[in-house]
Design a protein around this ligand. Structure first.
Ligand code: ATP
Ligand code: MG
Length: 278
């Protein structure tokens, strides 16, 4: 499958005298993929994310959005249309006083015709599950609902890829679940490529592949199963593993012999059932 994003030996620092925030990263994100980026605080996840739609550009090396090098300044609009960004704080992303106006905001600025805007925002609000709030004031919505308004605003631009930088960090468990459900649906049903940065391992466990960063470098890339079954290694980076892998690991420390590869709740339950039967 072809690449949505390609990172080729990316080096970046914020100022000439600061340390390199990113140190020679290489990564390919395939079209239609759901990729998750993990790593402890300050390891460079947000800095990497901002390279995906040219908020930042490499000091050395290259980042490609399909066939566009993000250093091509004259193609910035094209890049921003292909790759949408969702940030942590929904309040900073909402600009209008009515939900549907907020979703329409960027399209209006782009000069999209009115009837086309109508079609697109209805579609986007439906996909994000917020159509029933379309006439409401965003500040009256919950954090999870607001975050889905922000996501709808991005979807209305018809991007090929969405990059979400800890979109659930400020949400309650229900809001988190709804946002992740929406993101997964956009990926599976609309084929939108997703890059999700998160500190929640149960969210990462649902991705196609997981990138683990540490101190400005990519340490490992693998399926959630490949990554999370290496419990000791993940913990050594001050990260958690999903509760499923952790349970098997904890039991193994008590002398049992369970597989840490059972990362879904179903797999974990099946393994425990089998174990209890024996
Ligand atoms: N605007 C900035 N100016 C200078 N240095 C910065 C800036 N933003 C980030 N940094 C530094 O770059 C490094 C990487 O930061 P970054 O925000 O990318 O990490 P992160 O993995 O997203 O962390 P977190 O999990 O806390 O969000 C850190 O050392 C940070 O202090
Ligand atoms: Mg960050």
């Amino acid at each position: 499958m072809s690449n949505m994003l390609k990172v080729d030996n990316l080096w970046f620092r914020y100022t000439q005298d600061s340390d390199w925030a990113l140190q020679g990263l290489n990564l390919e994100v395939k079209k239609g993929e759901f990729l998750c980026v993990l790593g402890s605080n300050g390891c460079g996840k947000s800095t990497l994310a901002k390279h995906f739609n040219a908020i930042l550009v490499p000091e050395k090396g290259d980042v490609w959005v399909e066939d566009i090098n993000t250093k091509e300044e004259e193609r910035l609009l094209e890049i921003r249309q292909k790759v949408g960004m969702v940030f942590q704080n929904p309040d900073n992303q909402i600009v209008a006083t009515v939900v549907e106006e907020d979703v329409a905001f960027a399209l209006e600025n782009m000069g999209v015709p009115t009837d086309e805007i109508r079609r697109r925002i209805d579609e986007a609000m439906t996909a994000a599950g917020i159509i029933k709030y379309k006439d409401k004031a965003p500040h009256n919505l919950s954090g999870g609902q607001k975050q889905r308004v922000a996501i709808a605003g991005i979807i209305a631009m018809r991007p090929d890829c969405i990059v979400l930088d800890e979109p659930t960090a400020m949400l309650d468990p229900y809001g988190r679940e709804m946002v992740i459900k929406t993101v997964k649906q956009l990926n599976k049903e609309f084929g939108i490529t997703v890059v999700l940065i998160t500190h929640y391992m149960n969210e990462a466990a649902q991705a196609d592949r997981v990138v683990v960063m540490s101190k400005g470098k990519i340490e490992k890339i693998g399926t959630p199963r490949e990554i999370f079954s290496q419990v000791e290694w993940v913990k050594s980076l001050a990260l958690d593993v999903p509760q499923t892998s952790d349970l098997a690991w904890q039991m193994n420390r008590q002398g049992y012999n369970l597989s840490t590869e059972a990362i879904t709740i179903e797999e974990c339950a099946a393994q425990l059932y089998k174990f209890l039967e024996e």
